[in-house]
Design a protein around this ligand. Structure first.
Ligand code: PMP
Length: 398
């Protein structure tokens, strides 16, 4: 006989186990609740100006005002999103040479949406395909790829103690990879280490990737915040010139300051299977979010359609890039152990620090960072660097 208990709808959810909270999001709350006036937040991964604000770009404000005036409909656009946006960001990422050939693109909800779509495309093409991921990486990478059903293989990419890129280990791992394996690479401003391959190393990576028939998945979420828009795309373009098949996840969330507007794009090259890959991407997007959120991409398009707004955007982005470099110089001058940060790029570096010392910096000095010792360079200013360096010196003996 069926009892009421046996008929409970709980069976649907009874197998779930609670998931750990996102570490960065938990850190936001801890920081907010800390009453100490001189607390320092180097945890959350957003750009901050010297006043601690994450400003809306002036160029973006102007584009949004214009959009408000000229937009006549909010009718559906379709799963590709805004074609004008896609057309205008493509040359920023790929230039107009061979790196840009044979691509198709779709607008996505941020870089995260692009990464998930890329992972789902790989999974649709080859269920359980292997993806190679350097360690450490943005922690969400492995979660996205695992959710999509891919097999994750890792190699050591950065040594936190010596602050060096483990290039030989990267190349060694990729030489062991099999044709059709995917390789995730941060195109610039590596999160969390700030350590990117140099041009010669990109050439070597491109050679191994092409030679072994691997498919690069290039994640470009910080273009313009390293050495500038063009140099930050140099490695990506070297790889794109070498391969027949590739996926590129682009985010506008940092370099246009759009974060919560969720603006990005996936670019794919599938030279011998273009139509099949393109229509599968559209189908996956249609079933996931139907079409991407419009506002951020429409505003980026308005900026890029207008030379004056484009110029203003570039100036504002460049000012952010210069500020990051100033903080890097200030850190390197404050403690010789921070010297490697001078030559690293982007929003992040990884302190040589143990988890207990990360806790001590928070508990005893009000300095908030993620447990692995990642710091957001933009969380510091010329005024706070001395206190930050003193806290580090107190918690991490030389
Ligand atoms: N890739 C990397 C390496 C990132 O750090 C981030 C953002 N933290 C993303 C992708 C995703 O960016 P978005 O906010 O556009 O989804």
């Amino acid at each position: 006989m069926t009892t009421l208990l046996e008929a409970s709808s709980d069976v649907l959810f009874a197998g779930l186990t609670p998931q750990p909270p996102d570490v960065v999001l938990s850190l936001i709350k801890l920081f907010r609740d800390d009453p100490r006036p001189n607390k320092i937040d180097v945890g959350v991964g957003v750009y901050r100006d010297a006043q601690g604000r994450t400003p809306v770009f002036q160029a973006m404000k102007a584009a949004e005002r214009r959009l408000l005036e000229i937009q006549e409909t909010k009718a559906y656009l379709g799963p590709e999103g805004d074609f004008g946006f896609l057309e205008r960001i493509q040359p920023i990422v790929f230039g107009d040479g061979a790196a840009a050939s044979d691509l198709f693109s779709v607008q996505t909800p941020g870089g995260t949406g692009a990464l998930r779509l890329a992972a789902e495309l790989a999974q649709a093409g080859r269920p359980g395909a292997r993806i190679w991921l350097g360690a450490p990486s943005w922690p969400i990478h492995s979660q996205i790829f695992a959710e999509a059903g891919l097999q994750i293989a890792t190699f050591r990419q950065f040594d936190q103690a010596s602050q060096t890129l483990c290039f030989d280990e990267m190349i060694g791992a990729l030489r062991q990879a099999s044709p059709g394996d995917v390789v995730l690479l941060h195109a610039c401003c590596h999160n969390p280490s700030g350590a990117d391959p140099d041009v010669g190393q990109w050439r070597e990576l491109a050679g191994v990737i092409a030679g072994r028939g691997l498919v690069p998945l290039l994640d470009i979420a910080y273009q313009g915040l390293g050495d500038g828009l063009e140099p930050d795309a140099a490695g990506l373009r070297i790889v794109m010139e070498a391969v027949d098949n590739a996926m590129v996840a682009f985010s506008c969330d940092k370099n246009f300051g759009l974060y919560r507007e969720r603006t990005g794009a996936l670019f794919v090259r599938a030279r011998r299977h273009h139509e099949a890959a393109r229509t599968n991407v559209l189908k996956i997007a249609r079933c996931a979010w139907s079409m991407p959120p419009d506002h951020g991409a429409a505003a980026v398009r308005v900026i890029l359609e207008d030379p004056a707004l484009t110029g203003l955007w570039r100036e504002e982005l460049d000012a952010q890039r210069r500020r990051l470099q100033e903080v890097r110089e200030g850190l390197a001058d404050a403690d010789p152990r921070f010297e490697p940060f001078r030559n690293q790029r982007g929003l992040f570096s990884l302190l040589p620090i143990a988890p207990a010392q990360v806790d001590a910096m928070r508990r005893d000095h009000g300095v908030y960072m993620t447990g692995n010792g990642r710091i957001n360079i933009a969380g510091l200013t010329a005024e706070t660097i001395p206190a930050f360096a003193a806290a580090y010196a107190a918690c991490v003996p030389n």
